[in-house]
Design a binder for this molecule. Structure first.
Ligand code: PMP
Length: 372
């Protein structure tokens, strides 16, 4: 009989993927978690040139090409005013691998990791894969994570907590003082704050603040990625920033699991970071317009929805059976319990879809709601 490791038996394929499998051919999919924009032309061109010149045929250093890590350091100086040495950066296969190596390097069997509930599906699964215990922390009514709630959930077994602003599935943007409070909490409690900042550039209201800015230095690991910043999900390129001690440990996991991030994608990331930033403005303006339409329509339907300040998701409270009624009316939204028990009375609606389709999807949602 085949025996599988308990760690892999403790997780399953994301409910979001399962949802897509039941979709009818005419369904409008508002469950999608990636920007609907092409990767910028100058990024594609830089990658093509590197391929043609034979510059990306070989392994790169395990932590990634120095020039790309320098470009990330320059980004941190430019955007956050924080100096980061390139030695504190590892290039990874997206934010996904960055989260994985951060968790593998710090979490032992039995350790507790506090995660936002509802929160991004990988947090729970990656903590379990490391043998740790994910401990969900319910969000405030406005769907931000409360530093006091994280502090209150800590026990002697807590080794880390994960924050994510702007958030998936909520679209919520934490106020800067909360981010600073999380960084301070990590230092005080001698735990690790893993800050998932992959939606950094998609902010409509309020101000993005990186956990790097809180001055907690060695108690913070930051995860970021080209996927959402530059619409490059298929390139699988991201990075993690940590103290030298932490980077040494994360690099061990990365070296044996991955060797190095894909060479051509490292070149593409550098081009994205150093080239014109028009796509960032274009995407943010477009998402903001759609956000206004989605929130307006949901409120007109009588649903209560915190206004998402960033990312491209809205999470209204819905009556029981709503997600299923949506499927029957050929519009897909993700049931909130896919992101944690505290999301059970909500759904996640993505607005990474062009306006006409989005509006048709909202019409179908209205029909679904009326059928309940
Ligand atoms: N963090 C969050 C909050 C996400 O939503 C995603 C993608 N859905 C990721 C990390 C990982 O993205 P990637 O691996 O494409 O960088």
């Amino acid at each position: 009989m085949v025996q599988f490791a308990p760690r892999v038996e403790s997780i399953s394929i994301s409910a979001i993927r399962e949802l897509f499998e039941v979709a009818g051919p005419d369904s409008i999919n508002l469950g999608i978690g990636q920007p609907d924009f092409p990767t910028p032309a100058h990024v594609r061109a830089a990658a093509t040139a590197a391929i043609e010149a034979g510059e990306v045929d070989a392994y790169t250093p395990n932590n990634g090409q120095l020039a790309t890590r320098q470009a990330i350091a320059a980004k941190s100086r430019r955007d956050q005013g924080v100096p980061i040495e390139p030695e504190r950066i590892i290039l990874t296969a997206g934010g996904s691998e960055a989260l994985h190596i951060a968790i593998m390097a710090h979490v032992s069997p039995g350790d507790e990791v506090l995660i936002p509930d509802p929160g991004f599906v990988s947090y729970d699964a990656l903590v379990r894969l490391a043998g740790g215990r994910p401990v969900p922390v319910p969000l405030r009514d406005d769907l931000t994570l409360d530093p006091a709630a994280v502090a209150a959930a800590m026990t002697d077994d807590t080794v880390a907590f994960i924050i994510n602003s702007p958030g998936n599935p909520t679209g919520a943007v934490s106020p800067p003082e909360d981010i600073d409070a999380f960084a301070a909490l990590a230092a005080e409690s001698e735990t690790l704050c893993i800050s998932d900042e992959v939606y950094e550039y998609t902010v409509f209201d309020g101000t993005f603040r990186s956990a790097l800015e809180g001055g907690a230095g060695e108690h913070v690991v930051v995860v970021n990625s080209a996927s959402k910043l530059f619409s490059m999900t298929g390139w699988r390129i991201g990075w993690v920033i940590g103290s030298p001690d932490r980077v040494t440990r994360m690099l061990r996991v990365h070296q044996y699991a991955q060797a190095c991030a894909t060479a051509v994608s490292q070149v593409a990331l550098r081009a994205a970071l150093e080239g014109p930033q028009d796509i960032v403005t274009e995407m943010t303006t477009t998402f903001a317009r759609r956000r206004d339409v989605v929130v307006g329509r949901l409120e007109a339907m009588g649903l209560s929805v915190p206004t998402p300040g960033g990312a491209f998701y809205a999470m209204p409270q819905v009556p029981e059976g709503f997600a299923q009624a949506c499927i029957e009316n050929d519009v897909l939204v993700v049931p909130g319990d896919a992101f944690g028990a505290a999301g059970a009375d909500r759904v996640r609606i993505s607005f990474a879809t062009e306006m006409a389709t989005l509006e048709e999807g909202l019409d179908r949602m209205e029909t679904a709601l009326a059928s309940l």
